[in-house]
Design a protein around this ligand. Sequence first.
Ligand code: DGY
Length: 313
Amino acid sequence: MKPDVMVLYPTRPKAWAQLEAAYTLHRYDEAEDKAAFLAAHGPKCQGVVTNGHAKLSRQMVEAMPQLKVVACSSAGYEDIDVDALTDHGVTLTNTSVALCDDVADTAIMLMLAARRGLIDAHAYTVAGDWGRKGMYPLQHTLKGARLGIVGMGTIGQAIAARCSVMGMQIAYYGRREKPEIAYPYVADLTALAAESDVIVLAVAGGDATRGLMDEAALNALGPYGVLVNIARGSVVDEPAMIRALKDGRLGRAGLDVFLNEPNPDPELTALPNVTLYPHHASGTEETRDAMAQLVVDNLAAFYADQPLLTAVN
Ligand code: DGY
């Protein structure tokens, strides 16, 4: 008999076919009553397939007494109650290793777009201003610029690897200094922002990092500073960031994530000094397939009594 697995968020076709072949899938449809679905299917399932945006509360965990593994197709998991999983001996896996390159590429894309004025320069060229007004204003190079990385995890390190090749000077901030990281650690975010031309936020979301990039840190980054956020909208004090971008206390921002997704604050979308991306840092065919495959492989490891590939807790 095939083991029962609950699916809170569907996955890519190739991975889905593998899941269907190996398990009896209990797929939750958002239109369904969640409590009724859990009561009917929860008690049978040892495994859950989900992503970082589908809620998995303590109450849900407790409705699945046999639950042993949650395979999550994302880097972030702030909507999953990890403490509840740990309390009930359930292991969570994520897919940071599969998506870190695309997310790091997105950070570089936003950094370059912001430092070189890509969006505005595109509009300038399309509008014919090049011919009418002359050369586009000079911008700022990345080589030699000071980069502060906030969060030196898998994604932060992938960003550092790229930026080091580009000749940037790197320092980082995080919960603690990591002896395995060669770049200088700065124990205070405002101090790091004051020493940086570009700050990239690459920390996990959730309560521990809510509003971390606050008004003081934004002011310290300053009128020529660039803020790149590929983490979560909640990591920045977004109203303070909008005010700072509006009155020139902060130079530019490149943002993949927002407080209100999928409808970012209209005050933010109206600003000329921002480059915005629709929370799509891992949004490539290749990476989404790799993430889905990692979910399949983690479940397979669990049912084969092998160590999980990317356990979080
Ligand atoms: C994730 O997977 O958590 C990120 O949002 C990717 O962009």
